[in-house]
Write a protein that binds this ligand. Structure first.
Ligand code: GUN
Length: 284
């Protein structure tokens, strides 16, 4: 069975939209999300466009700031400081990756924690790993919601996550662990990766290699979550890290690319922005 991220994302955005309507009555304005893009990477341009579109759809005020590739680190940090100080801004997202002359870690830690809708700030990451209240990073949060929606039991199951990035692999592993799965974090240097993957009841793949997971790596009946977004080197079409056609026959449930995790990441970004807004307004 295919799990549609597009459908679940639509439901989540509808819920956010209804809450935004109420929040507008109570606080006099909708949440305001600012998305910053540096440079002209086509994939990043498309992600940023999607985020802006979803923000408008749920009734947020949405601002997209596009800066040229040559923008200096100092200029970007100054922009973030201004947005941190701006009372009318509730969420700040800087699209990654950044040009190589800008230190991403510095940028991430400059965004004020209360406006960190991505959940990337080191203090937020620490809170996540220490099970304290935090903003759940968008993609890992979306993965768990997809598993829940598909009725996949997580507790007591063997989960294998292929990939160990700060954005996906590590936090998704932590969220699965918190739901009492037994988690193996695998990666490109894992010996017998195919054998490890084939033992998984839940297989999450975020390795960034087109069609990396073949049918022999999938346990019959497993839940397969594909976080990859790649171009098929032969057809040029969008494809995931999982060979969908081959694996769909073996998996119990599987996410497509496009239409799986991608729309969920954006829906969770909308939830996080509303959460940052409400935290701020309710403190006043
Ligand atoms: N680049 C790839 N994924 C993400 C994400 O979730 N947030 C940001 N800011 N950049 C990304």
């Amino acid at each position: 069975m295919t799990i549609s991220g597009t459908q679940l994302a639509k439901e989540i955005k509808q819920e956010v939209k209804e809450k935004v309507e109420k929040a507008k009555d109570e606080f006099g304005r909708p949440p305001h999300l600012v998305v910053i893009l540096v440079g002209e990477d086509p994939a990043s341009q498309s992600y940023v466009k999607g985020k802006g579109k979803d923000a408008e759809e749920v009734g947020f005020k949405s601002t997209t700031i596009v800066k040229p590739e040559e923008t200096t680190e100092k200029e970007l940090l100054e922009l973030i400081h201004d947005l941190n100080d701006d009372e009318s801004v509730d969420g700040i997202l800087v699209q990654l990756p950044l040009p190589s002359h800008i230190n991403e870690d510095k940028v991430i830690e400059t965004i004020h924690q209360s406006k960190d809708v991505d959940g990337f700030h080191p203090a937020n990451v620490a809170a996540l790993w220490q099970k304290r209240p935090c903003i759940y990073p968008c993609t890992p949060k979306g993965v768990i919601k997809l598993l829940d929606k598909a009725g996949v039991e997580i507790q007591g199951k063997k989960a294998v996550v292929i990939g160990r990035s700060n954005i996906v692999g590590l936090p998704v592993s932590k969220l699965l662990l918190d739901r009492n799965a037994t988690v193996t974090i695998a990666h490109s240097k894992t010996k017998d990766l195919a054998k490890t993957a084939a033992e998984a009841d839940i297989l999450v793949v975020a390795i960034g290699k087109p069609k990396f997971v073949s049918a022999d790596m999938v346990k019959p009946g497993a839940a397969v979550i594909d976080v990859g977004v790649n171009r098929d080197p032969i057809t040029g079409k969008l494809c995931g890290d999982v060979d969908f056609d081959a694996c769909a026959e073996k998996a119990g449930v599987i996410t497509p690319v496009p239409g799986g995790v991608g729309p969920m990441t954006r829906a969770c970004l909308m939830e996080n922005t509303l959460e940052c807004f409400l935290n701020k307004m309710q403190k006043k």
